[in-house]
Design a protein around this ligand. Structure first.
Ligand code: PLP
Length: 454
């Protein structure tokens, strides 16, 4: 261990003392003994005690190119010395270059509105959709259809779009006008169907919601290509194309939230490209900069954008945020995308997913593994009390698997809402730059934790 590491180790108690006194941790009651991560390299992170862990969730589904990329740090430093900040009321070179690059990646013609977070990007999408209808002769179109179990962010509108009751209960009323329908969840089909009998009633539920709410009141449908944070719910292949047709039929905008699925995670550049649909609006964040710097974007189809240009003073989008499209973040995103391209990491994501698929099948021998679901390199393992009843695994059981993974040096996530507020799905979403050895480590660790002999 280096002297620097030893120094950090010596100060752990002091750090904890300050942490306990001053830091308000996200999404947890007071955490008396948090990991304090000090550094990272590739797919691995190290805490102040010198313990190394494979970062199986890429932080929070975001560090797609892995940790410790010197070239990103260099690009950021260089941009800071050129110009660290200017507004996007005017323009700047990194935003121009990045907006053009995103159009290449989206394989379409989109205007790019930059913000700071995934929640911001979705708020912007909702406002743009409402304003579009307003100035396109349909001012009553204001509602959005979303799905139960979806997560779209934590600000009032994005939380309104979210379909997880426990995240919302104490903060309501939220942004209004969000209606929720059952998700495509084939393992526990909300419509009692099986793969053999499936007639896409989950897609029909969206059409029904539009009809019953009144198509003249509905602005958009918002969805991730695959519900990630709500349990890795992979829909039938026909689902997203069916939603596109329904949106077209009723003049409703299709907003696709690519905050997690974008930038290679799905094995394509963006998740929706797996299904051959063209959204009206695409939102993105996380893997856009691999979280080296905060940045998000709302990509709006060129047709929609036209209606925002018709009148110089009254039809523009009345929205600004100080840091959105910060030049340093844009440069970081450009360098991040350059790495994704140069190292062929989109294809690598698909390869990692295939390795998971092939080598993790034996997990299904374990009585607590109900189903393994995958989208590109994002993986969900649904834990149950037993395979026949499909009763979701208890919190104690879920936590014991997570603790065993950590004890063996693998950080995994959990999510779900199978029972509202309760997480019984283990998740993995490692850096796309993970080496073969890293992926083998993840697989071997999972097999060992579930006590599967190979
Ligand atoms: N949309 C999806 C699908 C997400 O998973 C998240 C965050 O996890 C968000 C939006 C919100 O992003 P942020 O946390 O950057 O606000």
């Amino acid at each position: 261990m280096s002297e620097k590491d030893t120094g950090e180790m010596a100060s752990r108690e002091q750090l904890l003392e300050k942490d306990r006194k001053y830091v308000w941790h996200h999404m947890t009651a007071h955490n008396e003994n948090p990991m304090i991560i000090a550094s990272g390299e590739g797919s691995w992170v190290q805490d102040v005690d010198g313990n190394r862990y494979l970062d199986g969730m890429s932080g929070l589904w975001c560090v797609n190119v892995g940790h410790g990329r010197q070239e990103i740090a260099d690009a950021a430093a260089e941009q800071m010395m050129k110009i660290a900040y200017t507004t996007l009321v005017q323009s700047h070179i990194p935003a121009i270059e990045l907006a053009a690059k995103l159009n290449e990646w989206l394989d379409g013609e989109y205007r790019i509105f930059f913000s700071n977070s995934g929640s911001d990007a979705n708020e912007v999408a909702f406002k743009i959709a409402r304003q579009y209808h307003h100035q396109n002769g349909k001012p009553t179109k204001h509602k959005f259809i979303s799905r139960h179990r979806a997560y779209h962010g934590n600000s009032m509108g994005a939380l309104g779009a979210t379909g997880q009751a426990q995240r919302k209960l104490k903060y309501e009323p939220l942004g209004v006008g969000f209606q929720h329908v059952p998700p495509p969840y084939c393992y526990r089909c909300p419509f009692g169907q099986t793969k053999a009998t499936c007639s896409l009633q989950c897609a029909k539920a969206i059409e029904d919601a539009i009809v019953w709410e009144g198509a003249d009141s509905v602005a958009g449908v918002v969805m991730e290509p695959v519900i990630t944070g709500g349990g890795m719910l992979v829909p039938p292949d026909e689902y997203l194309p069916a939603i596109r047709s329904i949106c077209d039929k009723y003049g409703v905008l299709l907003i696709v939230d690519e905050v997690i699925c974008g930038f290679g995670r799905s094995g394509e550049k963006f998740g929706h490209l797996n299904y051959g649909v063209r959204p009206d609006i695409v939102t993105m964040a996380k893997g856009m900069t691999s979280a080296y710097s905060p940045l998000s974007a709302t990509a709006v189809s060129a047709e929609l954008y036209e209606t925002f240009k018709v009148h110089e003073t009254t039809s523009h989008f009345r929205h600004i945020n100080t840091f959105g499209g910060n030049p340093v973040s844009c440069v970081v995103a450009l360098k991040n995308i350059e790495i994704l391209e140069k190292e062929n990491l989109v294809a690598r994501s698909a390869f990692i997913g295939n390795m998971f698929q092939e080598r993790l099948q034996p997990l299904l021998e374990h009585p607590n593994v109900g189903e393994i679901r995958r989208f590109g390199s994002a993986l969900g393992i649904e834990l149950v009390e037993d395979q026949a009843s499909k009763i979701p695994a208890t919190a104690e059981r879920v936590m014991s698997f997570i603790a065993s993974c950590k004890q063996k040096g693998l950080l995994v996530g959990k999510n779900g809402d199978t029972v509202p507020g309760f997480a019984n799905i283990l998740t993995l979403s490692p850096p796309l730059s993970s080496t073969d050895e890293d992926i083998a480590f993840i697989i071997d660790t999972l097999l060992a934790v579930f006590d599967i002999n190979q």
